[in-house]
Design a binder for this molecule. Sequence first.
Ligand SMILES: [Zn+2]
Length: 296
Amino acid sequence: MTTELVLLGTAGAPLPVAGRGGVSSALVVDGRVFVIDCGRGTPSAFVEAGLGFSRLEAVFLTHLHADHTGDLPGLLLYPWGIRVGDIGPLAPIRVYGPSRPAAVPAGDALFHRETTIHPERPVPGAADLVESILAGYAYHLNVMPLDARMPDAGALVRGIDISLPARAQGRAQAPVLVFGDGVVRVTAVAVTHGHAVPALAYRFDTADGSVVFSGDTTVNDDLIALAQGADILVHQVADLGYLERHGITGAALDRMAGLHTDVTEVGGVAERAGRGFRGTTTAGHDGLRRVLPSRG
Ligand SMILES: [Zn+2]
């Protein structure tokens, strides 16, 4: 078997960046495709990488900020017409992600929202998001089959919330099993990303090795524990020094530091995660590929 990592997009933050796609990665396990996050341009990057939409099995969302989820509708809807096999629709694409938080996050005097959007459900979870995509695109899903032969829309997608047990203060988290079929095993822990609660990191294990995706997080001991011995840790970084040199200072810079791991910290994270790290990190770029095992 083979397990290959493909970085589909590496530009963080919602504002589009010329020449780079938004955050998304693919893990290809014997041709089966698992997508982690779905930022701007993911469907196009997916094709550019030579991946097949009929082999897309599942999407794992680390958290529900738009720069990690914004092109999920396209990833589901553009390939709908070919999601069919000899005996009917392919198995639904499963979309895993954080459940609704237990409480609506509140801000403070400096950073807070003014209008609460959709107050009857102000912090929808991953399954809510999928349901809302289907509702919002109901016209397409209900009318397109009248003019073109389409697979049953009811078989297109399933949204699945990941609920993590309440964490005891000061205690390490036990990773939660999200998915496992004997070939691919996916576990998750909560990470720390400001008010984006819950935010998740994922570990994928196959017979070829292990890949961990940090999502957006500050330096996090549970992520480091999750990444112990992994072959690859795909970790986000912010360059706080760069931001400061470009006019982001004071409380705004402090907030960024409270959301992300700085580029100067990620080497230490890798060091603590152990095996295989020999003092260098690779700056990811769109289209970067790594086949496991990556050791040696
Ligand atoms: Zn984020």
